[in-house]
Design a protein around this ligand. Sequence first.
Ligand code: NDP
Ligand code: MG
Length: 387
Amino acid sequence: MKSLSILGATGSIGSNALEIIRQFPDRFTVIALTAKTQVALLARQIVEFTPRLAAVVDADHARQLRALLPPALDVEIVFGEAGYVEAATCRETDMVLGAMVGSAGLVPTLAAIDAGKDIALANKETLVMAGAIVMEKIAVRGVKLMPVDSEHSAIFQSMAGHGHHGIREILLTASGGPFLNRPAEEFTSITPRDALRHPNWSMGSKITIDSATLMNKGLEVIEARWLFDIDFSRIKVVVHPQSIVHSMVSYQDGAVMAQMGVPDMKGAIAYGLSHPGRLPLDVPSPDFAHIGQLTFETPDRARFPCLSLAYRAGEQGGTLPAVLNAANEVAVAAFLDNRLPFLGIYQIVDQTLNRHCANTGSDLGQLIEADRWARETALALIHRQER
Ligand code: NDP
Ligand code: MG
């Protein structure tokens, strides 16, 4: 029996994880669940999975949550960053599923590692911001870090039995998002509604926009650099619109190992939770004759310049990846709020990076300060555009 704390239980990854846990009650038990503000859904999850602790963003939402629960239900409700840390470090918890969105996941994830918990990590922003710190802590504490992002789960699986030895390149596949074939001159008219319509994957709104700009792939390049300790020059992105090949690893003898599956996050989540075993899931294998063709192409960095921004920030390192990530979070939120055009996301991130005095030091304090500075700067740039 594995005891789990799920950070971001009410999101797309969190809900999928709970669906898996529901199917395997003899394998998993839930110790803690967290959400930001979706208290009605969290209350239903608490009633069903009976965690002993739940955390939400603030005291007000904690009160709302309490009011929604049967008075006899024995669950401690906490809030704020300290509450999320409590959820991530419960004494009984074996593994923490990091499925919050954005940099909010960083501090609870670090606390979980410090407390000796194994980690299944979907929250890629944590590794983008502070990959060096996370990986060092993982090594020092000797805990397990399982990638949940489908590409990184695929790379992990493609390395099984080979390890790091003889790797030539990592090939991250990208669906290309909803605008793969849209001409550049039509990008100015893209609305949040258009961008939220992902062709293959059903995900939370932030990552769906990141997929449309290809920033998601850029964040994943940085994520791969840390998870697999490989230089940026050996991480390549290849567009694969069918999203069947989840990613690949090429070896020095020319062999390429790939992991395939239908585009359903349940596979990668379940593998993260159950490794080294595999769970009997109700996910079909790809029907190759029906699919017919698997195609691959080079990403168009002129139409999707966010990819180059992420390589630039990742290669320069220091505080730049944290700045890239924070500026992107702010810009995506403004786009979803109809306060910034689609192309403005790239512009705001680029301008924020250009204004940043890159700090080569990158202790946690410096990264958190860089995150704060980038949010403030990106917001000011957006306000200036609005005037
Ligand atoms: P969602 O937006 O669907 O869910 C996010 C979850 O985090 C919700 O539970 C939300 O609570 C909570 N949350 C949001 N903001 C905060 C905050 N500031 N503090 C605390 N909790 C917060 O996101 P996804 O499930 O799509 O993605 C989660 C992470 O997994 C992201 O980092 C994403 O990049 C990554 N990922 C997602 C994939 C997917 O298929 N969805 C695939 C690969 C990676 P509430 O519901 O109350 O707002
Ligand atoms: Mg991914």
